[in-house]
Structure formats: C-alpha cells, structure tokens
Design a protein around this ligand. Structure first.
Ligand code: FPP
Length: 237
C-alpha cells in the first residue's frame, strides 16, 4: 500500500548565500539579492502548489542594518519593487502576504509598500506568506514579555495565568502554527535568531545550495526528506 506523502503545514526558510552567489560570478552583492528575489518568487509559487498553507522567509534581520548602506538601500528598493511587481499575481493565486518584525524602523515608503501588499492580498485563502522584516527572535520575545508585563501591571491578566499559549499569542507569529520544516540554504547550520520559540519541534533541512539556485527540484528534495522524518515530540512510538 502506498503511504501518503506528509506535507508540512508551515515551511520557514532562511534564504542564505546571495552574497556568495554574486561573488562567485564577479558581481555586486546587490545582484545576488536580485537573483535571490527571483528564487523567492518561484519558491512562493512552488510551495503553494505543493499544498503548504504557511510560508515564512527571513528577508531582513535586525542585524542586517549593519551591512553597508548601499546594500541596505538595495534591499529596501527590492522590497518596494517586489510589492509593485508581484501584488497582482499574488492576489490572482490567492496568497495572503503578512509581515513579521518591527516595521517602525523602515522608511515611510517601505512602510506604505508593506501596508499596500498586506491590504491587497488579505482575502487570499490558498497560502499565507509571511515576510520576516527587521525581525529577530530575541527582540520578538523581548517585545512579547514587555507586553505581557504591561498587561499584568494594568491588572488585565495575572502573572500566574501566563502560559505557553499566551506567550505564543504575544509573538509576531500569533496568526500561524509553528513551522514544521525550517530550510536553510548555503551550508550554514544555525538558526541565526530566527523563530527560536516557534522552532521547538521543527524539523531542519540544511542544503549547501546558495539561495539564488534554490529551485523546484531543491524544494522537492527538502519535502522528500521531511516526509521521511519521524516526529515524536518527545514521546515514544
Ligand atoms: C542572505 O544572503 C540574504 C539576505 C540577507 C536577504 C534575503 C533577500 C532576498 C532573498 C531577496 C528578496 C528580498 C527581500 C527584502 C524581500 P547573504 O547576503 O547573507 O549571503 P552571504 O552569506 O553569501 O553573504
């Protein structure tokens, strides 16, 4: 009897290796990000077609502000261009775009772009696509703890009422289940401040492929490996 393939409900991706991809071709790092955007466009469609309901990508970390200004500017430009070029197609294929992270540090232009794409795609029912922007797990958890502490101080909740589900609800990711599968490209095997709370029981898939080269075949390989994993959540079979 053939066993039905297990499809993750939520995939999260650390898209790494754009800079190395560019350097190997004698190009500017920003060109690596442009190629990375092409890979992202394809991956969003491929992941949705595979039947996955949530996709989260690490697009800009709180640490990325420390990169050369020209590179930060190029990434900001890519966000705005991406919104301009992809919105109509995302609406057509029923993909709802959300952002996670602290948007306050972005320029008014970037903020307006993000608000626009969230608003235009809000009725999408096939897949939710979350862009982690100015995101880091530690700052997310710090913000959540501060919010809960304020609610305790206001007398809205009691300290002893705080449980795991209340903490999950106070995170940027409250509208999504935890990721089943976390993929990182470029051969690095670390989480880099991404979804640390949410990754408690995630499966990890690391590939040496640089992000701009991550294609449908690569995704299929990751899904194949995932379907062979035995998820026990600390229990015994
Ligand atoms: C990591 O590669 C990639 C990023 C920091 C940015 C990810 C951005 C994209 C995939 C393009 C789409 C952009 C947005 C903002 C939607 P790296 O630069 O760290 O590569 P390296 O480790 O080889 O230097």
């Amino acid at each position: 009897m053939s066993k039905e393939k297990l499809i993750p409900r939520h995939i999260a991706i650390i898209m790494d290796g754009n800079g190395r991809w560019a350097r190997m071709r004698g190009k500017e790092r920003s060109e690596g990000h442009i190629a990375g955007m092409d890979a992202l466009r394809e991956t969003v469609r491929n992941v949705a077609q595979a039947g996955v309901k949530y996709l989260t990508v690490y697009a800009f970390s709180t640490e990325n502000w420390g990169r050369p200004q020209a590179e930060v500017d190029a990434l900001m430009e890519l966000i705005c261009k991406g919104v301009e070029m992809e919105s109509a197609e995302l609406v057509k294929v029923g993909i709802k775009v959300k952002t996670i992270g602290d948007r306050s540090r972005f320029s008014d232009k970037v903020k307006a772009s993000l608000e626009k794409i969230e608003q235009l795609t809000q009725a999408g029912e096939n897949m939710t696509f979350a862009l982690a922007l100015n995101y880091s797990s530690r700052s997310e958890i710090t913000t959540a703890v501060r919010n809960l502490a304020e609610r305790v101080a206001q007398g809205e909740i009691k300290a002893e009422d705080i449980d795991e589900s209340m903490i999950s609800s106070a995170l940027y990711t409250s509208f999504m289940p935890d990721p089943d599968l976390i993929i990182r490209t470029s051969g690095e095997c670390r989480l880099s401040n991404f979804l640390m709370w949410q990754a408690s029981y995630s499966e990890f898939y690391f590939t040496p492929t640089l992000w701009p080269d991550f294609d449908k075949e690569e995704l299929e390989r990751a899904l194949e490996v995932y379907s062979t994993r035995d998820r026990r959540y600390g229990l015994v079979k």
